[in-house]
Design a protein around this ligand. Structure first.
Ligand code: FES
Length: 127
Protein backbone atom coordinates (compact mmCIF):
# COMPACT_ATOMS: atom_id res chain seq x y z
CA UNK A 1 0.00 0.00 0.00
CA UNK A 2 1.22 3.49 -0.85
CA UNK A 3 1.95 5.25 2.45
CA UNK A 4 1.50 8.78 1.10
CA UNK A 5 -0.48 10.64 3.77
CA UNK A 6 -3.86 12.20 3.20
CA UNK A 7 -4.92 15.64 4.37
CA UNK A 8 -7.48 15.82 7.19
CA UNK A 9 -9.37 19.08 7.70
CA UNK A 10 -11.11 19.74 11.01
CA UNK A 11 -14.08 22.11 10.90
CA UNK A 12 -15.21 24.58 12.04
CA UNK A 13 -11.68 25.41 13.25
CA UNK A 14 -10.09 24.94 9.82
CA UNK A 15 -7.15 23.01 11.27
CA UNK A 16 -5.44 20.44 9.07
CA UNK A 17 -3.13 17.51 9.64
CA UNK A 18 -1.77 14.60 7.65
CA UNK A 19 -2.75 10.98 8.27
CA UNK A 20 -1.07 7.97 6.68
CA UNK A 21 -3.30 5.22 5.27
CA UNK A 22 -2.30 2.88 8.12
CA UNK A 23 -2.80 5.51 10.82
CA UNK A 24 -6.08 6.19 12.62
CA UNK A 25 -7.48 9.69 12.36
CA UNK A 26 -7.42 9.97 16.15
CA UNK A 27 -3.72 9.13 16.50
CA UNK A 28 -2.73 11.25 13.51
CA UNK A 29 -4.59 14.19 15.04
CA UNK A 30 -2.94 13.70 18.43
CA UNK A 31 0.49 13.52 16.77
CA UNK A 32 -0.27 16.84 15.06
CA UNK A 33 -1.44 18.49 18.27
CA UNK A 34 -5.19 18.15 17.73
CA UNK A 35 -7.22 16.31 20.35
CA UNK A 36 -10.42 14.84 18.95
CA UNK A 37 -12.86 13.66 21.65
CA UNK A 38 -12.18 10.03 22.58
CA UNK A 39 -12.12 7.45 25.35
CA UNK A 40 -11.70 3.71 24.62
CA UNK A 41 -9.68 4.04 21.39
CA UNK A 42 -10.94 0.65 20.20
CA UNK A 43 -14.21 1.45 18.44
CA UNK A 44 -16.66 0.47 21.16
CA UNK A 45 -17.54 3.45 23.40
CA UNK A 46 -18.58 5.88 20.62
CA UNK A 47 -17.08 8.86 22.49
CA UNK A 48 -15.18 9.81 19.33
CA UNK A 49 -18.20 9.65 17.00
CA UNK A 50 -17.65 12.41 14.44
CA UNK A 51 -19.42 13.60 11.33
CA UNK A 52 -17.33 13.13 8.19
CA UNK A 53 -18.38 15.72 5.61
CA UNK A 54 -16.11 14.43 2.86
CA UNK A 55 -13.80 11.50 2.32
CA UNK A 56 -13.62 7.76 2.76
CA UNK A 57 -12.27 5.68 5.62
CA UNK A 58 -11.37 2.06 6.25
CA UNK A 59 -11.86 0.55 9.70
CA UNK A 60 -9.00 -1.31 11.31
CA UNK A 61 -11.54 -3.48 13.17
CA UNK A 62 -14.26 -5.58 11.60
CA UNK A 63 -17.25 -4.25 13.56
CA UNK A 64 -16.90 -0.58 14.57
CA UNK A 65 -19.69 0.53 16.90
CA UNK A 66 -21.84 2.29 14.32
CA UNK A 67 -25.16 1.32 12.78
CA UNK A 68 -25.55 1.12 9.02
CA UNK A 69 -27.75 4.22 9.16
CA UNK A 70 -25.11 6.16 11.09
CA UNK A 71 -22.46 5.17 8.54
CA UNK A 72 -24.74 6.22 5.68
CA UNK A 73 -25.31 9.57 7.44
CA UNK A 74 -21.55 10.16 7.50
CA UNK A 75 -20.74 9.30 11.11
CA UNK A 76 -17.35 7.71 11.72
CA UNK A 77 -15.25 6.56 14.68
CA UNK A 78 -11.86 8.30 14.25
CA UNK A 79 -10.19 6.04 16.84
CA UNK A 80 -10.39 3.10 14.43
CA UNK A 81 -10.83 4.89 11.07
CA UNK A 82 -7.95 5.10 8.63
CA UNK A 83 -8.10 7.48 5.65
CA UNK A 84 -8.44 6.35 2.06
CA UNK A 85 -8.47 9.88 0.64
CA UNK A 86 -8.50 13.46 1.93
CA UNK A 87 -10.97 13.80 4.80
CA UNK A 88 -13.11 16.66 6.13
CA UNK A 89 -14.44 16.26 9.67
CA UNK A 90 -17.00 18.38 11.51
CA UNK A 91 -15.52 18.30 15.03
CA UNK A 92 -16.40 21.42 17.03
CA UNK A 93 -15.22 19.75 20.28
CA UNK A 94 -11.66 19.22 18.97
CA UNK A 95 -9.04 21.09 21.00
CA UNK A 96 -5.34 21.87 20.67
CA UNK A 97 -2.95 19.88 22.88
CA UNK A 98 -0.76 21.73 25.36
CA UNK A 99 2.97 21.54 24.53
CA UNK A 100 2.36 20.07 21.09
CA UNK A 101 3.20 21.65 17.76
CA UNK A 102 0.33 23.74 16.51
CA UNK A 103 -1.62 22.18 13.66
CA UNK A 104 -1.25 23.51 10.17
CA UNK A 105 -3.88 26.04 9.31
CA UNK A 106 -5.34 26.74 5.90
CA UNK A 107 -7.28 29.97 5.52
CA UNK A 108 -8.33 30.06 9.16
CA UNK A 109 -7.15 31.70 12.38
CA UNK A 110 -4.89 29.77 14.75
CA UNK A 111 -6.61 27.87 17.56
CA UNK A 112 -7.06 29.59 20.93
CA UNK A 113 -4.22 29.66 23.45
CA UNK A 114 -3.89 26.05 24.71
CA UNK A 115 -2.76 27.30 28.12
CA UNK A 116 -6.35 28.33 28.76
CA UNK A 117 -7.91 24.98 27.77
CA UNK A 118 -7.88 21.42 29.04
CA UNK A 119 -4.75 19.30 29.18
CA UNK A 120 -4.20 15.91 27.60
CA UNK A 121 -1.69 14.19 29.84
CA UNK A 122 -1.58 10.93 27.92
CA UNK A 123 0.12 12.36 24.84
CA UNK A 124 3.29 14.42 24.76
CA UNK A 125 4.95 15.50 21.57
CA UNK A 126 8.59 16.52 21.74
CA UNK A 127 10.15 18.59 19.01
S1 FES B 1 -12.82 6.34 21.42
FE1 FES B 1 -14.29 4.81 21.90
S2 FES B 1 -15.22 4.38 19.99
FE2 FES B 1 -13.65 5.79 19.50
Amino acid sequence: MDDTPFRVTVLPQGWTFDAAPDQTLLLAGLAAGIRLPHSCRNGTCRACMTQMQAGEVHYRIEWPGLSLEEKQDGWILPCVAQPRCNITLQAPAATPIVNAPRPAVLHAPRPPDPMATDRDDDVRIST
